[in-house]
Design a protein around this ligand. Sequence first.
Ligand SMILES: CC(C)(COP(=O)(O)OP(=O)(O)OC[C@H]1O[C@@H](n2cnc3c(N)ncnc32)[C@H](O)[C@@H]1OP(=O)(O)O)[C@@H](O)C(=O)NCCC(=O)NCCS
Length: 349
Amino acid sequence: MLRSKIGGIGYYVPEKVVTNHDLMKVMDTSDEWIQERTGIVERRYAKKHEETTATMGVEAAKIAIERAGITAKDVDMIIFATLSPDYYFPGSGVLLQRMLGMNGIGALDIRNQCSGFVYGLSIADQFVKTGMYKNVLLVGSEFHSCGLDFTTRGRNVSVIFGDGAGAVVIQPTDKENQGILSTHLHADGDGAEKLAYFNPGCHGGTFLDKEKFGYPDQEYGGIFLTDKMIEDEDIYPYMEGQAVFKFAVTKFPEVIMEALETNGYTKEDIDMLIPHQANLRISQFVQHRLKLPDNKVWNNIQKYGNTTAASIPIALCEAWEAGAVKEGDLVCLAAFGSGFTWASALLRW
Ligand SMILES: CC(C)(COP(=O)(O)OP(=O)(O)OC[C@H]1O[C@@H](n2cnc3c(N)ncnc32)[C@H](O)[C@@H]1OP(=O)(O)O)[C@@H](O)C(=O)NCCC(=O)NCCS
């Protein structure tokens, strides 16, 4: 069987820098609180009415496509990972396809939140190594700032997230010791309501504590998105931060070790760990647990916040551009997020 590799990689972050001090102007928070709990100093916000999740994805994709030595016309399939799509439906994949003039090829939209990129990589890997496709474009892009609660009520979530996009082209390789060695995908729906964006949705409160969330009993319609939900501002992401934190610090090391053990490696063999940039404290906990030196873990959450499906490709691209990921390096990607979902991939660069 063939093996697949990342043949090209690119990222795009919007120009607008939003510092913790900027957020202090609109909500009751502090630079000290944000830095101490999350490590974040600033993040980027996309230009409303000009940029979208799809347009940012296009910018990242153009770079990845060029670096893969192909043109947009050579792409065989698009995989688009996001939790902040341009439309509820259709997915952002077809918008990217239209903008890049790649009509006719398949566009698969996936919804695995912070694990979206690694889930997407696993899908792309299957299509390439079976020989079905030669160039799969995988994009992770997020426009969080258009859907956050910027009042004090939403501060535990809003300060964490930023906008941006990353993209890779997955291609076959005939080199013996190169490419994606394995991917590992996991989920546990028991955590579904711990980190979620409930509305619009058809759940009508079914799985929620109705006292806590105040879902009205309605006989007809209106459960997808009601006026009351908008009045109550029940239209923002919900997160139980400490539950998320606890699950993440268990699952990250587990899934990294799973990838290493599957391939007969130990943690000492890792040249670079690219963790999903959820929170600097989570990454530091994982680094400490695995006893990895600073130069083997890439962190950029300080500059971009948590960009969900875009965070791993942005970090991987930055690390590669900085020369910190080189040919022959053993690179581990690890993600954790809403669902709960978690995943890892081991690559020989
Ligand atoms: C969100 C997170 C930073 C909050 O840190 P925490 O130590 O758990 O803080 P708590 O939620 O217990 O809140 C502590 C206090 O800070 C306050 N607070 C919350 N957000 C705040 C903010 N942005 N600024 C200032 N104060 C804030 C709370 O209201 C609370 O105040 P109280 O003690 O008066 O009630 C932390 O739980 C976390 O990082 N969780 C994981 C989140 C994550 O990674 N999500 C993405 C997964 S992909």
